[in-house]
Design a protein around this ligand. Structure first.
Ligand SMILES: [Mg+2]
Length: 372
């Protein structure tokens, strides 16, 4: 089998708001083959820049767009192609958007291989350890204490056994941060795990250490990204100061980046994103590195149902996952982009059983939101 084309399609809602919600646009990757299989993947990044990484013509031997590196290649040779893309983009890549784009390609290659062999991707990854994942509801932190209480109560009622709120007003006012976490605990009830995503809002480690002490009585399961991703020494000071789990990693890429986060940042939970950190191949390696250190790997998942499918296959194929992050934002790109959207059953989401990713694009939605 040979790769004949790679297509990157930008999807975009009519209005983009300045909030931390990456369901407002998306980059869908399709890899075409001479045997008729079409692999599907996604990149959660700037879709405009990631598309350029795919479409760019060659500048020289270490500086080339992904499409040109892939045409004519055998899509089954996934590890070989990953290294070819890494090396072929190293002049401008190594981290960030180049690796984000490679991630979408890597997912689509797995989709092709699974379809051609007639097996779900989790089989290619050595799984499953389980047929479904416990899901945590993931949403933005509401602006007021009352809305926060109501939103947590509503999600607990829907059957989620864990709920995360993040970004929004967090980090602007210490007293409000504490009041919001208190309201979240009250709304969710005593038996639901609550997770807090500070979205770099606490900025300095001394402030983060103090805030962590102030919210400890509400028993957050983890505190996510309290500091900027590059403040690894700050993360280490914070992690050393508290019993509460510190989680981070959604901005990080490759085994090399995660080695730094684990060894220098000393975080308790790592959160690679399969559409950003290097794809399924790389996140499997990152999860194995975390396992060696006794750490859970809980993938970051937002954006569309394509990332949800890819993340499910990955999460059921590693021994150290805890939950599936399940974005509950109401965006058509999140809810309607595939014909068989994921549904919560007893607080869990089932992994697709069909070959490859096991999801089909809703072409009407794709056409409706595609940027031309
Ligand atoms: Mg986050």
């Amino acid at each position: 089998m040979k790769i004949t084309d790679v297509k990157a399609t930008i999807l975009k809602l009519p209005v983009i708001r300045e909030i931390a919600d990456s369901t407002q646009d998306a980059l869908v990757v399709q890899i075409f083959t001479d045997e008729g299989y079409v692999g599907l993947g996604e990149v959660d990044s700037s879709p405009y820049i990631a598309k350029a990484v795919i479409d760019a013509p060659r500048s020289h031997s270490l500086c080339c767009g992904l499409r040109e590196l892939l045409i004519g290649e055998d899509p089954f040779k996934i590890d070989y192609l990953w290294e070819k893309m890494y090396e072929g983009t190293i002049f401008f890549g190594r981290r960030g958007v180049a690796i984000n784009a490679i991630s979408g390609i890597d997912i689509a290659l797995h989709d092709i291989k699974g379809q051609a062999l007639g097996v779900p991707i989790y089989t290619l990854l050595g799984g499953p350890y389980q047929d479904s994942m416990r899901a945590y509801a993931s949403s933005l932190m509401p602006d007021t204490v009352e809305e926060c209480y109501n939103h947590a109560a509503e999600l607990a009622q829907q059957g989620f056994s864990a709920i995360k709120f993040g970004w929004g007003p967090l980090g602007q006012n210490p007293a409000l941060d504490v009041a919001l976490v208190k309201a979240m605990r009250k709304g969710a009830g005593e038996n639901v795990d609550i997770l807090l995503d500070v979205g770099f809002g606490w900025k300095r480690s001394d402030h983060a250490i103090e805030m962590t002490k102030r919210i400890a009585e509400y028993r957050p399961f983890w505190i996510e990204e309290p500091l900027f991703p590059d403040d690894l020494d700050g993360y280490a000071r914070l992690a050393d100061s508290t019993e509460i789990r510190i989680a981070a990693g959604e901005e990080d890429c490759t085994r090399y980046g995660f080695r730094e986060l684990i060894e220098r940042g000393k975080v308790d939970v790592i959160q690679p994103d399969v559409t950003r950190a290097g794809g399924l191949s790389e996140v499997k390696k990152i999860a194995a590195m975390a396992q060696q250190k006794g750490l859970p790997c809980v993938t970051h998942v937002w954006s569309t149902s394509i990332i949800q499918a890819a993340s499910l296959h990955l999460n059921v194929s590693i021994p150290n996952s805890l939950f599936l992050e399940f974005c509950v934002r109401e965006s058509p790109l999140n809810k309607d982009l595939i014909t068989n959207p994921f549904k919560l059953e007893d607080g869990r989401i089932r992994v697709p059983q069909e070959p490859g990713l096991g999801v089909k694009l809703n072409m009407e939605i794709l056409e409706k939101y595609a940027l031309r």
